[in-house]
Design a protein around this ligand. Structure first.
Ligand SMILES: Cc1cc2nc3c(=O)[nH]c(=O)nc-3n(C[C@H](O)[C@H](O)[C@H](O)COP(=O)(O)OP(=O)(O)OC[C@H]3O[C@@H](n4cnc5c(N)ncnc54)[C@H](O)[C@@H]3O)c2cc1C
Length: 464
């Protein structure tokens, strides 16, 4: 078994920045990520992207280059293609790379597993030809593939970015169907002061909207009653605006209504989570350095609450500084001096967040889907099934799991967890905190018996 000072899960901005900061402070680091290269979601495949692809993805994407280059340090071991599926006490991390299981133990563990797109169950969302906007972006970033004849639907800044990237690739979306309404923008204005402090984000958003206007992309806002039509695959997007029904024929529908923290690993370790009403998601309990109530476990980046790439990187650096202090390679004074400018930048980067959260709320129709809409894709459980479980007395997702198997498929609840919590909370009259979430148990990701069997015997200790 490999032993190191710090194990980091996730080579996105948070994990990459933390790895370099920790190595510069004298720690040995093992950085694990399931992707074939460093970058995380925003900088996916940054080390292999061609100049053409970089131009399509924009200047923001290029910023990932320096973070990825920072991993070239003798004390950083970056293992790509490493899927983490179990963690035991003392930060003993089990992962599979290239089909072979392995173990690594760290004196400290940093979880930097980022965000997931919020599930958007609407009628027809399981038809072939429907995917998330993020999935379409992954096709572009990782494989240079573009989708054609597509309509984008939902809410949030990522929709604008993906639409602009499609325009640059020469396959503009047929339309952008947005669910936020003018009233959302008005109520976001009470967070206007913060938005002005985070003016860079607003400028970026306005620039994207200008690009879409120039490309002639039609925008609808305040859309409701969203449904995807089609018998064997997506054929059209139907929706209404102010009572008028629209139908847009298309081959592909890209859904997106925000991103939420990926909490699977942290939950698996027993880190307590609380409902964040502004973000409409659960966030882990942490202190100012990313330390959690679980001994030796830190969380940084979007996995701790959505803040964007720059905030993720600085949060990762702050965690690394505190870990170095705990492991006595930095003094308290050195830690605090290095942390000061990072905290200033972090505050600036987070300032626009409440404005964005309020201006682009998740689509209400997908938070409370119609009874016949599937919410758990793995086990084909509908919203009506979940409501029925609540009427039978189920108070929370873990109890309901036993009735319908939702959350027990290959995604382990990542696609349905928040929807199930929301449905049960609405039906029982409890708050999301009272309702809770699935109890997450390893394996966090599917693992084969062969991969388990291939863990070399010399890596195992008695009792493993
Ligand atoms: C699909 C998607 C696309 C996005 N695209 C953009 C964009 O283009 N521009 C933008 O500004 N923001 C984008 N975002 C938001 C963006 O993710 C964040 O702001 C930023 O990347 C957060 O950085 P992070 O380091 O916290 O996490 P991430 O960048 O998400 O990195 C987390 C990493 O953890 C790894 N990981 C997770 N679980 C495991 C596991 N069990 N085993 C091994 N590895 C694991 C993942 O492979 C990933 O590489 C996107 C979000 C999503 C969900």
């Amino acid at each position: 078994m490999t032993e190191t000072d710090l194990v980091i899960i996730g080579a996105g901005p948070a994990g990459m920045a933390a790895a370099r900061q920790a190595a510069d402070a004298g720690l040995s680091v093992v950085l694990l990520d399931e992707q074939p290269g460093p970058g995380g979601q925003i900088y996916r495949d940054i080390t292999r992207a061609s100049p053409t692809r970089r131009a399509l993805l924009g200047k923001e994407y290029d910023k990932g280059t320096s973070l990825a280059e920072g991993l070239q340090h003798p004390d950083i071991t970056h293992i790509s293609g490493a899927v983490v599926w179990q963690i035991e006490g003392d930060a003993q991390v089990a992962y599979t790379a290239n089909g072979v299981g392995a173990l690594v133990t760290g004196k400290r563990l940093l979880i930097a597993t980022g965000a997931l797109e919020r599930p958007m169950p609407v009628p027809g969302w399981t038809l072939p030809g429907v995917m998330t906007a993020g999935a379409a972006q992954i096709l572009l970033k990782q494989s240079g593939l573009v989708v054609e004849n597509a309509v984008l639907a939902g809410a949030g800044p990522l929709l604008y970015l993906v639409a602009a990237q499609m325009c640059r690739a020469g396959t503009p979306p047929l339309a952008l169907v947005e669910t936020q309404a003018a009233s959302d923008r008005l109520s976001a204005l009470r967070h206007g002061a913060g938005a002005l402090r985070g003016w860079r984000y607003l400028l970026k958003g306005l620039g994207l909207l200008r690009e879409l206007r120039r490309a002639g992309v039609k925008r609808y806002t305040g859309a409701d009653d969203i449904a995807i039509e089609g018998s064997t695959h997506a054929e059209a997007l139907r929706f209404s605006v102010k009572g008028r029904t629209h139908r847009l024929p298309c081959d592909t529908v890209l859904l997106h209504h925000g991103v939420v923290p990926n909490t699977q690993v942290a939950r698996g370790l027993g880190v307590p989570h609380r409902w964040h009403a502004g973000q409409g998601a659960f966030c882990p309990e942490r202190n100012d350095w990313g330390g959690t109530p679980v001994d030796g476990v830190f969380i940084a980046g979007d996995g701790a609450g959505i803040g964007g790439a720059e905030a993720a990187a600085n949060a990762g650096r702050l965690s690394a500084l505190e870990i170095a202090r705990q492991l006595a390679t930095l003094t308290l004074a050195e830690r605090d001096a290095a942390a000061k400018p990072l905290r200033r930048r972090l505050r600036r980067d987070l300032a626009a967040r409440p404005f964005l959260d309020r201006a682009y709320p998740p689509y209400a129709g997908a938070l409370s889907p119609a009874d016949d809409t599937i919410v758990c894709r793995c086990e084909e459980v509908t919203a009506g099934d979940i409501r029925g479980m609540a009427r039978l007395g189920c108070r929370g997702p873990s109890q309901a799991k036993a009735f319908g198997r939702q959350g027990m498929g290959p995604c382990q609840g990542r696609y349905c967890g928040l929807t199930v919590t929301g449905l049960l909370a609405a039906e029982t009259g409890q708050s999301p905190d009272q309702t809770g979430y699935y109890r997450i148990r390893p394996p966090f990701k599917p693992v084969t018996l062969q991969e388990l069997a291939d863990i070399a015997p010399d890596q195992l200790t008695r009792g493993d």
